[in-house]
Design a protein. Structure first.
Length: 158
């Protein structure tokens, strides 16, 4: 069935929950995981005129942070006994979804597992949905993993 599972990670709780689900799947199926992190350079390219040298330092910090996210995620996958490799992509153009679908084609992935925030209404309109774009353009099946809604704390005054 699925032997190559692509998992975009950014270190957020939603991304980590998607990764945990991918690990369960991979373990059960005897699959391999590829972790993908995209360093988005576009905000720095736009502001590079005014900040010059500072943007280069910021890019280095973003790459370091991406490497750390990948390292932590890789350790989690290895601890579960699942084969894993990592890819860090620098992006001057395109959305995250473009890089995910390109990686799915070139690796080649059998499945993409991606966490989604499940935004609706104006939040989705303003922020867009990379997960939705992956779903629309992916060359393989996509499992969207949404964080369960937080349960309210019981009222201690009762």
């Amino acid at each position: 069935m699925y032997k190559h599972i692509l998992v975009p990670v950014d270190g957020s709780p939603t991304s980590n929950a998607g990764l945990a689900e991918a690990v369960k799947l991979a373990k059960g199926l005897g699959a391999r995981i590829r972790l993908l992190h995209v360093v988005d350079e576009m905000p720095m390219a736009v502001s590079a005129e005014g900040f010059g040298g500072m943007s280069i330092d910021l890019l280095g910090l973003l790459r370091e942070a991406g490497e750390q996210v990948l390292s932590q995620a890789k350790s989690q996958v290895e601890a579960a006994g699942v084969p894993v490799d990592v890819v860090l992509v620098d992006s001057l153009s395109g959305r995250l979804s473009d890089h995910v679908t390109a990686q799915a084609r070139s690796w080649p992935a059998d499945l993409i597992v991606i966490g989604t925030h499940g935004r609706r209404g104006i939040g989705r309109m303003v922020l867009g949905s990379d997960a939705e774009q992956v779903l629309r353009h992916a060359p393989v099946p996509v499992l969207l993993f949404r964080m369960p809604a937080a349960t309210p704390e019981p009222d201690s005054a009762a």
